[in-house]
Structures are given as structure tokens and as C-alpha cells.
Ligand binder design. Structure first.
Ligand code: ZN
Length: 484
């Protein structure tokens, strides 16, 4: 399995710390507002990573945080407190705002068939863990005090700029309002914020009443649930220069080493070439797609067609295209199922090596930095291949453990069984096609002829029906009929 590791800037062979086990931590949402489809893009991609490992036989523990604590900050130690802004906007308490938008986020996860993370941890429920971690960092001599709080001293960590490959002086040049002008370097960051009497969320700490800086929650919670060293840390590419750089610095300060062996970053979903933002009015939600009549898995299908490091340019037209393709896929799977029901299994199987080859190609796509577009393209190739219906159906359903498109369930929904108790012959007629009364009568006639051993008449009727495009199969007192 190869994964593109931001630490090394190349595709690295994945080596788990424990055999057959993968610990994955994903930076989760800040729950001050709705999560739009751009936010959800990342979670579909990381869900594919989790599903890939599980498919390949790994046991996975997936941990995701929920940032529900107010910060002074957007990404850095500047800007408005998002939680308090949300509370003011809606006339609700910060706690109610968090609950409301956690609910919205969970509904979006479920609509997109994203596997629920094994642990979803809220920052406000892990204040003690954050304090304990900061104490370690302080004890190891990586901090200094200002009027605003306890600051991480990046000059104590010489590799600070390595992860982001950025020139810090350039990155931090220009007019940025510093909340804490006493900081030695603009990129030093607050671990614990004090002296903010107007801030609503406050906790006691060794450094005074206040609240944690943003970055500390991820280091505290990832190591709590996955250990000081774990396998994979994921997040959006915007996290590389500040949030993840600071997480690495904090872990170095606390443990003398950084936490994750592989850092994975996703590109963004753009909307008609623009970044999604509330001010542009293009912050479409998963709920909006549902209200417009789309199956939300259409968005999942569209996202899977983009590699996580390429990103996706979303447009209504591309969503339309995805809907057509996904519906076609559902139709194909349900047709395969119907033909299998009608014709039975174990017919015209290919050589066992043939099926294995397809399986091998699928695994190759997954092991290639979990390349979902490649895996999906393979599914379409498989459909056109010479494999038997039975093999195609089995492979598609098997692969859907990774795709998460609910192929089996949707195929079942498509097959609307029509049952009719024939009046005279008392057989049950099961049809997957619309049958007229005349046709039903004819089928009944045929059964009566068969029972009277008038096989030439029965055959004649069967041929009539076939010429009208219906295929019949007799099965234990039932007749299955399907449109050819
Ligand atoms: Zn994070």
C-alpha cells in the first residue's frame, strides 16, 4: 500500500506500527455553522481510506475530533471567535450552537454513507487532557508567558518550518493583526489563553482561567485515543502550514517526537472554480441536494471520481452527470440480479484466474494511494467484460464495500416484484415487468395446458410471449417472468 506522505513529499510504502492494525486521526469540523459539501468532500475521501484498509483486512480505529470550543482564532491566533459569532448570529448559547451543528454534521455523514468514526471526541470534553499535555510541554521548557497566556516557543524546535516547507518570514510578512503583541515570533502560538473576561467558555488551569489554543486539542485527543505514536493523520491541505505544523511542534515539545508516521492532506472541492464560502452564497449543503431531489450518494459518486489529492470542481452539471452514471450503475446491478434469479447461478463461469485478475486489479487501484477514480473506472470495465453475470454481480457487490454506494440495496429497490395468483391454474406469477391482464390470462392458459399435458399448446404460448419480449421460467409452482 502506497500513500502520499506530506512528511516526505512522496509516495511511501505503508508500514503499520502494529500488524494488521491502522490508527487514523482526522481533523474534524468546527461546529459553529453548517458543514457544506466542500467540508464533506474531505470526509468522503477519508472514509474511502478507512474502507480501503478494512477491505484489505486491517482492523481500523478511526478517530475524529469536533472543535466545539471557542477560540480567538481562525487558523492562527487572530480573528473572531467562531463559536461566539455563531451564538450571537442565532441568539443561542455557544453550547446549543455546538449541539445543533454536530447534529447537522452527523446527518450529512449518514446521508453520504460515511462510516461513523470509532471515536468522535469533543474538545470541550477533553479540557483536562489538553491541560495535562500543556503541562508536559511547559515542563520540557518549550513555553513562555505573555499577558495573553502561555505561548509555545518555536525557537526551541529547530525543525519547526520543515513540515510546511515554507519560509516563515515570508509567510508571516504583511499586515496581520496580532492578538498577542508580546510573542517573540509571530508564528509562536498560544497553548492556553487567559485574560479574556468577555469570552464565554472558560476553564480553570495552572495558568489562570481561560481556554485552550486550537492546535492543542488535536494533539491531546489523537494521542489519548491512538497512543503517542500512531499511523495516519489526515486533514485539508490548508492545515499544513499552521495547524499541523503546530501539532508536530507540540508533540515534539511533549514527547520529543512527532505523532503520526503518515500525514495525508486532501485538496479542496471548488464550486464552479471558486472556493465555497458563505459570502459567495455557494455554500451548498447535503440537505440542499436532498431537497432538490438528488440521491445524496450522487455526491459521493462524484467525489469518488476525483482523487483526494486532485480535488473536485463541483457544478450542478457535473452532479447531473454523476446522477445519470450512478442510476445506470444501479440499473446494471439490478439487471444482473434479475438475470441471476431467472437463469440461476453457476452458468458460464470463467476460468477462476480470470476473476482473480479483476480482483487483483482492484486491489492495485486501492494500494495506489487509494485511487478511487481508478477503482471506479475498473468497475465500469468489469461491466463490459466477458465475465459471467454471477461473477460481475459478486465482484461489484464486493467492491461496493469500498465504494459505499449501496449497490445491493438500490438494486433490490429497483426490482419491484409483481405477484399475481393466477385464477385457474393457481400458480403464482412473479413478474419484474408490467403485465397486462391479457398477458396474465395467456400465462394462465399456458399453465393449464401444461397441466393437461398439452405441451404443443403450452410451447406455442411460450413462444408468443417470447416474441412479445417476455421470458418465462417455471419454478416450484411459481412462474417467474422477466422482460428480455
Ligand atoms: Zn486538527
Amino acid at each position: 500500500m502506497k500513500l502520499y506522505n506530506t512528511l516526505t513529499r512522496k509516495l511511501d510504502d505503508f508500514k503499520p506500527i502494529k500488524p494488521n492494525f491502522v490508527g487514523i486521526y482526522s481533523c474534524g469540523p468546527t461546529v459553529y455553522w453548517n458543514q457544506h459539501i466542500g467540508n464533506m468532500y474531505a470526509y468522503v475521501q477519508w472514509d474511502s481510506l478507512v474502507r480501503t484498509f478494512r477491505y484489505l483486512g486491517f482492523k481500523v480505529k478511526w478517530v475524529m475530533n469536533i472543535t466545539d470550543v471557542g477560540h480567538l482564532t481562525s487558523d492562527e491566533d487572530s480573528g473572531e471567535d467562531k463559536m461566539e459569532k455563531g451564538a450571537k448570529r442565532e441568539g443561542l448559547s455557544v453550547w446549543k450552537i455546538a449541539d445543533k451543528y454536530i447534529q447537522q454534521f452527523k446527518e450529512s455523514l449518514s446521508a453520504l454513507n460515511i462510516t461513523p468514526p470509532d471515536v468522535m471526541c469533543r474538545a470541550t470534553e477533553h479540557i483536562q487532557e489538553q491541560i495535562d499535555l500543556i503541562k508536559k510541554i511547559e515542563l520540557n521548557g518549550f513555553t513562555y508567558h505573555t499577558q495573553t497566556g502561555l505561548v509555545f516557543d518555536t525557537s526551541k524546535f529547530s525543525a519547526y518550518a520543515e513540515f510546511s516547507h515554507l519560509n516563515l518570514d515570508q509567510q508571516y510578512a504583511g499586515a496581520r493583526v496580532e492578538v498577542d503583541s508580546e510573542k517573540k515570533k509571530p508564528w509562536d502560538f498560544l497553548l492556553w489563553v487567559t485574560n479574556q473576561p468577555n469570552h464565554i467558555m472558560q476553564w480553570d488551569s495552572p495558568w489562570g482561567k481561560g481556554f485552550p489554543g486550537w492546535h492543542i486539542e488535536c494533539t491531546a485527543m489523537s494521542t489519548k485515543y491512538l497512543g503517542e505514536q500512531f499511523d495516519i493523520h489526515t486533514g485539508g491541505k490548508e492545515h499544513i502550514p499552521v495547524h499541523h505544523t503546530n501539532e508536530i511542534a507540540q508533540a515534539y515539545g511533549a514527547f520529543g517526537r512527532q505523532t503520526a508516521n503518515y500525514w495525508l492532506h486532501n485538496e479542496w472541492l471548488m464550486f464552479d472554480g471558486q472556493k465555497i464560502s458563505k459570502s459567495l452564497g455557494n455554500n451548498v449543503l447535503v440537505g440542499d441536494l436532498i431537497n432538490k431531489g438528488y440521491n445524496p450518494l450522487t455526491l459521493r459518486y462524484l467525489v469518488l471520481n476525483s482523487h483526494y489529492r486532485t480535488g473536485l470542481n463541483f457544478s450542478w452539471k457535473s452532479l447531473e452527470g454523476a446522477q445519470t452514471a450512478l442510476n445506470r450503475l444501479y440499473d446494471i446491478v439490478s439487471e444482473l440480479k434479475q438475470r441471476l434469479d431467472l437463469n440461476g447461478e453457476n452458468k458460464n463461469l470463467s476460468e477462476p484466474e480470470e476473476e482473480k485478475k479483476w480482483q487483483q486489479k482492484f486491489v492495485e487501484a486501492l494500494e495506489n494511494d487509494f485511487n478511487m477514480p481508478q477503482a471506479l473506472a475498473l468497475a465500469w470495465e468489469l461491466i463490459k467484460s466477458n465475465l459471467s453475470d454471477q461473477e460481475k454481480y459478486a465482484l461489484l457487490l464486493d467492491w461496493d464495500q469500498v465504494f459505499g454506494l449501496n449497490l445491493a440495496q438500490n438494486a433490490k429497490l429497483k426490482i419491484q416484484n409483481f405477484e399475481y395468483q393466477a385464477e385457474k391454474s393457481k400458480v403464482l406469477i412473479i413478474s419484474r415487468s408490467k403485465l397486462t391482464q391479457d398477458l396474465l390470462k395467456l400465462i394462465d392458459e399456458r399453465e393449464l395446458a401444461r397441466q393437461a399435458k398439452n405441451f404443443s399448446k403450452a410451447d406455442q404460448i411460450r413462444q408468443d410471449l417470447e416474441s412479445q419480449g417476455f421470458k418465462l421460467k417455471d419454478q416450484e409452482g411459481k412462474i417467474l417472468i422477466n422482460k428480455k
